[in-house]
Ligand binder design. Structure first.
Ligand code: PLP
Length: 406
């Protein structure tokens, strides 16, 4: 049966880097649960981080119950019921619009946790400075619903607020943060310089744990912001915590040819278990697991490796550097969706039913988005501990499928 396998060693490698950054920059770093919320792994990483960033009441409850420390909540819109629950434990509550803040302000400011300083409230701002290339991931596109513009803030009553929050990056380096901070300063610097504002949340999208990420510049930028505005700085990465920490192992169920294409049907679904392959879209690395054959040395091995296996890497058949003696397969899925296809991959041998394929980098924004569309069996969730041992923390059954729909 298919499984998501998460490497504790790889997670700890990432959070150790984040810890170094936060210590050098003297800022707070929280895990964005929207990107990775496999809570059974939290005990291994929580010492390195300051808490979690939640996108609403359910993630906030998970943060409180399983992570502890700070719960930093921002949602594009809260219901009154959400606010009532959140007031009891969240440490930061950031709002996306002035209408939401004015609707709930009185209730919040009367709450004992607000009055004692245990709860801080802020506004998400929109610096209107796009640095990304994909409109789907750009909160600064014209007409965006995410964040308040400087024009909207003019003349607004900001009583009770102590923070500003922006999230405009996605898989970006610190040069884009630098230009974003310049836009923030130009449009919102007057607020940040006033003693009323005591925190600045710089959101997520910082690819801090990537080898080519310029961490020194991030540290300098955070320190400069702290000095310039006398604020506490928060970062809330998701992807940087879980990048290259897990795989999706699956099995080839059928192989056939149709209209000039060789198809391999797997026991997982792109739309059901790895939707970013279709939505983002992106092309994951795939490896063929083998026993007793030399591994291909041209690529880094997958994030999770088993002692008795080697991994044959695959190539993009359209790539000009493809020089493997190859057989190309269209990797498809067992659902009715015609486009439920992961992509065309060239393998160095023919695939047969029972072959194990490993999709790399499947820990972030995958497990949090899965569905049981078409009743395709949901992959199990497995932790690989630092000694290499495997612990299956969750298996999904037909009963889970049935219960969710009743
Ligand atoms: C408000 C906010 N904070 C943090 C994140 C985490 O971003 P990433 O996983 O790219 O670091 C996101 C992602 O969409 C977000 O919307």
């Amino acid at each position: 049966m298919a499984s998501f396998v998460i490497s504790i060693a790889a997670l700890k490698r990432n959070t150790a880097i984040l810890r170094q950054v936060k210590e050098a920059a003297n800022c707070k770093v929280v895990l964005a649960l929207k990107g990775f919320s496999c809570w059974k792994a939290f005990p291994y990483i929580k010492d390195d981080l300051d808490g979690c960033c939640a996108s609403g009441i359910w993630e906030a409850l998970l943060a409180k119950e399983e992570f502890g420390k700070h719960v930093v909540t921002y949602s594009p819109a809260y219901t009154e019921e959400d606010i009532v629950q959140l007031l009891a434990f969240t440490t930061h509550l950031d709002f996306n619009s002035l209408s939401q803040w004015s609707r709930f302000r009185e209730m919040i400011m009367a709450h004992p946790r607000f009055q004692s300083g245990e709860l801080h409230c802020g506004l998400r701002i929109n610096p209107e400075h796009s640095t990304g290339e994909t409109p789907l991931y750009d909160p600064c596109v014209p007409g965006s619903r995410l964040g308040i513009t400087a024009a909207q803030l003019e003349g607004a009553d900001l009583t009770g607020l102590s923070g500003l929050h922006f999230h405009t990056l996605c898989e970006q380096n610190s040069d884009d943060l630098e230009s974003t901070l310049a836009a923030v300063d130009e449009k919102f610097g007057h607020l940040l310089r006033s003693p009323q504002f005591t925190y600045l949340n710089m959101g997520g999208g910082h690819w801090i744990t990537k080898p080519d990420y310029d961490r020194e510049r991030l540290i300098r930028l955070v320190r400069e912001a702290q000095e310039k505005y006398s604020v506490e700085v928060w970062l809330e990465p998701g992807e940087a915590i879980a990048i290259h920490t897990g795989v999706l192992r699956c099995e080839v169920v059928d192989v056939f040819e149709s209209m000039g294409h060789r198809h391999a049907i797997l026991d997982i679904s792109a739309t059901g278990h790895m939707p970013d392959v279709l939505e983002m879209p992106y092309r994951p690395e795939v490896f063929l697991a083998e026993r007793g054959r030399p591994a291909c040395e041209e690529k880094a091995p997958p994030a999770v490796t088993y002692q008795d296996e080697t991994y044959l890497s695959t190539e993009d058949p359209s790539s000009t550097i493809n020089h493997l003696p190859s057989t190309t397969y269209r990797l498809g899925c067992p659902t009715c969706l015609a486009g439920d296809i992961i992509g065309d991959y060239a393998f160095s041998r023919d695939l047969i039913p029972g072959d194990i394929l490993i999709f790399d980098d499947m820990a972030h924004y995958t497990m949090v988005k899965t569905t049981t569309f078409n009743g395709v069996k949901h992959p199990s969730i497995v932790l690989q501990h630092e000694d290499g041992s495997l612990e299956t923390i969750r298996k999904f059954s037909y009963e889970d499928f049935k219960q969710r729909l009743s």
